[in-house]
Design a protein around this ligand. Structure first.
Ligand code: PLP
Length: 402
């Protein structure tokens, strides 16, 4: 379905498909015991054979485990899996998605550098740039996606940072077009909403891709983590900064949970994105819904870019604006019974947020409007439940009367 086959004239066997890579990469049988389920190595430190071995491990290019904040076998197994899924030379895992974002930015930036932020990004990423990084002399330039794709980045940014699809309207930015104009800048793409199943930014010219692994990579809502992928050199620098120096190491237990979830990423995303597409179409036809934001709909302003850039579907997030504004949004939220009222996304269970009364309630209505957050905007993260059960829950929540 998705192999990058080398074609009939090559004698090279075709590359394994996404689902095969998801199951096998990083999950070689344990050489000591033959265990197929990778052991969780909780040890904080690792014994040296003798003084020469210790010195060799600490030396340049040193091989072998030393201390689990630096590297740990269970975390390294997850990193081999995510690198393979992303088509990257290397990956590094972090204690959270924000730690991965921080490592991507912190390892590239110096005082006086500028970051071009293209379109809307996760609010905490903006807070990191405007708060802690600004105090270290980093400046932020907000660039509209339509300018970035045509080369109007302005200034000489050290980092170009974008998120696609982006919250809350699932705007899609053309990664390849931005990459063509980035010059010497490091292009960092937060691909959390798409997952590597739907989008591989490195193949489109990004230098680093970051994920909140808390979301669909893990997929079961029971782990907080982050992953960053790219060239071996950039990933090593981000790891040295974020894991070794800042200490945002992922725990081995978390790595085991995320690797276990990642094995079924393709199955879960295939199901969730198919369901999301159908729900988006049904919502678009519903009289209580003023507008649906889903990149798989022909009505989405970025549908053409999404169709080019994303594959095997358009992801598991659907946003929709209720005709009745904030009151209708709160009423719809109250009436849900199967879909959970919760933040986060990418879980096996469906989750919904009503930003105007929850995550963005502290903003004024004008500030929300400027951020494209309508008063009746609902964001649905579609899980793997049965389509008809989900539609029944949505339709009864949207019903005009009780
Ligand atoms: N990037 C995106 C797009 C997110 O939605 C989030 C969290 O919601 C993050 C990064 C941060 O991830 P974490 O919560 O794992 O730190």
């Amino acid at each position: 379905m998705n192999s990058t086959s080398s074609g009939p004239s090559s004698d090279r066997p075709p590359d394994p498909s996404f689902d095969t890579v998801a199951v096998h990469a990083g999950d070689e049988a344990d050489p000591g015991t033959g265990a197929l389920a990778p052991p969780v190595v909780l040890s904080s430190a690792f014994a040296f054979d003798d003084a020469a071995d210790a010195a060799a491990r600490f030396g340049p290019g040193g091989d072998g485990w030393i201390y689990s904040r630096w590297q740990n076998p269970t975390v390294a197994a997850l990193e081999r899996k995510t690198a393979a899924l992303e088509g990257a030379e290397a990956s590094a895992a972090f204690a959270s998605g924000m730690a991965a974002v921080h490592a991507a930015l912190g390892s590239r930036l110096r005082a006086g550098d500028e970051v071009a932020v293209v379109g809307g990004v996760y609010a905490e990423t903006l807070r990191l740039l405007r708060g802690p990084l600004a105090r270290f002399g980093v400046t932020l330039r907000a660039v509209r996606p339509e300018d970035a794709v045509e080369g109007r980045l302005g200034g000489a940014p050290r980092v170009v940072y974008l998120e696609t699809p982006a919250n809350p309207t699932l705007a899609v930015t053309d990664i390849a077009a931005v990459a063509r104009h980035k010059g010497e800048a490091c292009l960092v793409v937060d691909s959390t909403f798409a997952t590597p199943y739907h989008q591989r930014p490195l193949e489109l010219g990004a230098d680093l891709v970051v994920h909140s692994a808390t979301k669909a990579l893990s997929g079961h809502g029971d782990a907080i983590g982050g992953v960053l992928s790219g060239s071996a050199e950039l990933v090593a620098e981000a790891r040295a900064f974020g894991v070794r120096s800042c200490g945002a190491a992922m725990s081995p237990m978390t790595a085991m949970l995320i690797a276990r979830g990642a094995r079924t990423l393709g199955l879960r995303m295939a199901r969730a994105s198919t369901t999301a597409q159908i729900l988006a179409e049904r919502l678009e036809a519903h009289p209580a819904v003023a507008r649906v934001h889903y990149p798989g709909l022909a009505s989405h302003p970025d549908h053409a870019v999404a169709a080019r850039q994303m594959r095997r579907g358009f992801g598991s997030l659907v946003a929709f604006e209720l005709a009745g504004g904030q009151e209708a949004g709160a009423r719809c939220y109250d009436r849900l019974s199967l879909i959970a009222r919760a933040v986060s996304l990418g879980d096996t269970r469906s989750l919904m947020t009503h930003p105007a009364s929850t995550t963005h309630a502290s903003l004024t209505a004008e500030e929300r409007a400027a951020a494209s957050i309508g008063e009746g905007l609902m964001r649905l993260s579609v899980g793997i439940e049965d389509l008809d059960d989900l539609w029944r829950d949505l339709a009864s929540a949207l019903a005009q009367r009780s």
